[in-house]
Write a protein that binds this ligand. Structure first.
Ligand code: EPS
Length: 386
């Protein structure tokens, strides 16, 4: 797998870090591009107080010289502004002061209890800080670099929300790119901003009731050439790789590709995308399989749907047990979002970009942009002539 990336950082620590390896040399890259993606991740009606504190900006630490990649690992940092308020409570060294109150009432649905048991921690902050979806800042930074790379090959990635809670207005717009553009204009990333008020009412009501909400979003990629991923081994299948990447996003509980679960109840003739041919090569009359067959991209748009569970931090706290006293209590409360589905869809874009950039480089090979582009053009000729 040509692309590897690691993230580090706690939610209220110094910042979020990312090391991204495998990006070829000579790709033009700027912090502006990454910051624009980071800002998109911060948006969405229903976010908590934290997003008013932060204004996420990337700082490149390596892998770039005069605006072009070097082929060496790209290290990026996004510093937490909130660190100022947490320095004492999240210090890497020294002894805890009296200000440090251990978090001992695990929230159902968060990593608190399972992580506390696993790592033998008596202050569950030692778990929740890393489990927090703030980590997705680093993923979005890495994904932004991959998006930049994919753009050079005409591959575009977008997303939109299809539901929040039980509210699922029909998506009228048929065109995927247009859905994305409309979502950019909506406060909840729904591809019809005239529905925003309905979503906002629902979110306001949830907030008043001390509740949280989940939802469903779709991520797509256009311009994906056929032939990424492979049928020959389980871990090379592109659909499996996409599902793993998406499922790894905090709070995601379901992933579907194309028609997903719906396809299971249909007849074969209603599902499989019939084959046609034009001057550009083969195409499909429909795209119910969401752009993959046999673990290989088939040249149709990739369409992935993800289900996000409601955020586990509730003001109307659920039953829990204090890990210090072992008494039944209400779960601890942390500042949190009421809903983060719009932000998660931006994270989904980043994860899809990472998987596709990896699969594209695996297909083409090469260490610098010029040679990879040449190989891409040759391969696209093959696709057309096949
Ligand atoms: C997040 C930052 C966090 C949370 C949220 C995601 O900030 P804070 O904990 O300071 O409010 O708002 O994390 C969660 C909802 C969670 O359950 O961990 C962010 O930057 O996305």
């Amino acid at each position: 797998m040509p692309i590897r990336f690691l993230t580090a950082g706690e939610s209220h620590g110094r910042g979020l870090l990312c090391i991204l390896e495998g990006i070829p040399a000579n790709l033009e890259l700027s912090s502006e591009h990454i910051n624009a993606e980071l800002q998109r991740r911060q948006k969405g009606y229903g976010r908590g107080g934290r997003m008013k504190i932060e204004s996420d900006r990337v700082e490149f630490l390596s892998g770039l010289r005069f605006g072009k990649t070097l082929g060496s690992p790209i290290a990026m940092a996004v510093w937490n502004k909130d660190w100022e308020n947490w320095q004492e409570k999240m210090a890497c060294e020294g002894e805890p002061s009296e200000k440090v109150v251990p978090f001992t009432r695990p929230r159902p649905g968060h990593a608190d209890l399972a992580g506390g048991i696993k790592y033998n921690q008596r202050d569950l902050r030692n778990v929740l800080e890393r489990a927090s979806a703030r980590e997705t800042v680093a993923r979005v930074a890495a994904g932004a670099v991959c998006k930049r790379l994919l753009e050079e090959f005409g591959i575009k990635i977008g997303s939109y929300v299809v539901s929040i809670g039980k509210l699922t207005p029909p998506v009228e717009e048929p065109d995927l790119l247009r859905r994305h553009q409309l979502a950019e204009l909506s406060e909840v990333r729904f591809p019809d901003p005239s529905k925003d008020e309905q979503f906002k009412e629902l979110i306001d009501r949830a907030r008043e009731e001390g509740e949280s909400l989940g939802g469903v979003f779709e991520v797509f990629a256009l311009g994906v050439p056929p032939g990424l991923g492979s049928h020959i081994q389980w871990d090379r299948r592109i659909d499996g790789r996409i599902a793993q990447a998406m499922m790894s996003i905090q709070a995601i509980k379901g992933v579907e590709i194309g028609g997903g679960f719906q396809l299971a109840s249909m007849f074969g003739s209603e599902v499989h995308d019939e084959i046609g041919r034009s001057e550009e090569g083969y195409f499909r009359h429909t795209n119910r399989l969401g752009g993959t067959e046999g673990g290989i991209t088939n040249g149709m748009p990739l369409v992935v749907r993800c289900a996000m569970k409601p955020i586990p931090t509730l003001t109307k706290a659920l039953k829990s047990v204090d890990i210090k006293t072992r008494e039944e209590v209400r779960a601890g409360k942390e500042r949190s979002d009421v809903v983060a589905v719009p932000a998660a869809s931006v994270v989904g874009e980043a994860m899809l970009a990472l998987v596709l950039a990896d699969a594209l480089l695996e297909k083409l090979g090469g260490d610098f942009m010029e040679e990879i582009k040449e190989r891409f053009e040759r391969y696209m000729e093959h696709v057309k002539d096949y």
